[in-house]
Design a protein. Structure first.
Length: 102
């Protein structure tokens, strides 16, 4: 089976951007990978995005199988998402998609 990419596109307000970025790089990405559901993660900055209301990023996590992704969603996703919302409330919005590598 070809790997799956769990993509989370996030628009982050300028007011929290520096703190949020540090948290993503130092904590959150590592916590998600540490669940054992993903083999690795990366964070990207969308260059051709309208940054007037905030910066746009994409966090991508690679899962070896649908079962690994499903386990993440069922067991870990809510608690890990809550950490960001508890810290910054509506200072960011996220849109999630699942893709398969061709």
């Amino acid at each position: 089976m070809k790997p799956l990419i769990y993509n989370v596109t996030i628009k982050v307000s300028h007011a929290i951007q520096a703190d949020w970025l540090r948290w993503m790089q130092e904590e959150h990405l590592n916590e998600v990978v540490a669940t054992g559901c993903f083999t690795h993660a990366r964070l990207l900055h969308l260059i051709e995005a309208d940054d007037e209301e905030g910066m746009t990023y994409a966090a991508q996590y690679e899962a070896a199988s649908q079962a690994d992704y499903d386990r993440y969603i069922q067991v870990h996703a809510d608690a890990l998402r809550k950490k960001g919302y508890d810290r910054w409330g509506d200072g960011f919005i996220a849109f999630r998609t699942l893709m398969q590598v061709i």
